[in-house]
Design a protein around this ligand. Structure first.
Ligand code: FMN
Length: 207
């Protein structure tokens, strides 16, 4: 089967994208509005792009109706910063609650059932209960299209990492303790309990 996106309904292409690019990590992004209202929302169009400098990206899409910008995007355009909180299994339901589309003046921390704490270098708040979080400063914002649900790529420089006690040993994150969840297609999620190792092949070019 061959599919050309230009010939199909964008909704269907979205379903293909989220079904084949799996599992996707989830950025649980916290920001603060110009009026000081904390905001929290999950984004699975998310990844790490560079270690030096440490850069992450995520993509809040335009809204098909009403104000085209999601609250997260509007907030970070103003504050120029955001925090990525990692979603461990015990936070999955709270993360899902925070995906509800609510008016911009609603504080989504109590809605999700989590508490906020101050970050050290940025204005955006952090999820206290998250085991791993990254304070980020906006590097660039790139709209990917002008259609109703086009994505907007946000790149952020990580300026501070936070880890729960015991989660990191010699700069290695304990995956069992982090217990991060991933997103599949539809409303399906996966855990990271089933892991396996593969050693990288290495050629001795001197032989
Ligand atoms: C697991 C999960 C992943 C999501 N990923 C995205 C995403 O990558 N991009 C996006 O625009 N919306 C995504 N959403 C929907 C947003 O979280 C939702 O639109 C949210 O209300 C936006 O909040 P805001 O207006 O406070 O920014 C996702 C929802 C869930 C539950």
């Amino acid at each position: 089967m061959t599919i050309y996106p230009e010939e199909e309904n964008p909704r269907d292409i979205y379903k293909l994208m989220i079904g084949m690019v799996v599992p996707r990590p989830i950025a649980w992004v916290s920001t603060i509005s110009e009026r000081g209202v904390p905001n929290l929302a999950p984004f699975s169009f998310f990844n790490a792009l560079s270690g030096d400098p440490p850069v992450v990206c995520f993509s809040p899409s335009r809204r098909p109706i009403g104000d085209s910008k999601k609250d997260t995007l509007r907030n970070l355009e103003f504050s120029r910063d955001f925090v990525v909180n990692i979603v461990s299994e015990h936070l999955a339901e709270a993360m899902n609650r925070s995906s509800e589309e609510v008016p911009e003046d609603v504080d989504e921390f109590p809605l999700a059932g989590v508490s906020s704490e101050l970050a050290t270098l940025v204005k955006s708040p952090m999820v206290r209960e998250a085991l791993a979080k990254m304070e980020c400063r906006v590097r660039s914002i790139l709209p990917l299209g002008d259609r109703p649900t086009s994505g907007v790529l946000v790149l952020g420089d990580v300026v501070c990492f936070h880890f729960a006690e015991g989660l990191v040993h010699n700069f290695r994150v304990d995956p069992a303790m982090l217990a991060a969840v991933g997103r599949m297609g539809g409303s399906t999620y996966c855990d990271t309990r089933n892991r396996f190792d593969l050693l990288r092949p290495s050629r001795n070019l001197k032989e």
